[in-house]
Design a protein around this ligand. Structure first.
Ligand SMILES: [Zn+2]
Length: 104
């Protein structure tokens, strides 16, 4: 991994909203509290430059909480349950439509 940026391209250093990509003056270099374009809370999800996101400045992105934390694992299990539920609903709908198609 690179420790220092090897480029002087200023485009890589401009902080932008990670939700919508906005990098205008209203972002105030990443010090604004809310993104002017999409309303993203920049205190919870700070604006970052591409160099910061890729770890080119020697400061890799850190997660707010480790993946092994109970809360993170709970969210992961919740997402999997939602995925399985929606998949089951889709499968049932597909079976219903197939049954209706072939029963005529
Ligand atoms: Zn935004």
């Amino acid at each position: 991994m690179l420790q220092k940026a090897k480029t002087l391209d200023p485009g890589l250093m401009v902080r932008r909203c990670v939700a919508c990509g906005y990098d205008g003056a209203l972002l105030r270099g990443g010090h604004a509290e809310i993104c002017a374009r999409c309303g993203c809370n920049l205190l919870k999800r700070p604006a970052r430059s591409y160099a910061e996101m890729e770890g080119l400045l020697g400061q890799p992105m850190t997660l707010d909480e480790p993946l092994s934390s109970p809360r993170c694992q709970e969210r992961l299990i919740h997402r999997w349950l939602v995925f399985l539920f929606l998949t089951a609903i889709g499968f049932i709908a597909l079976l219903y439509l197939a049954t209706a198609t072939f029963s005529v």
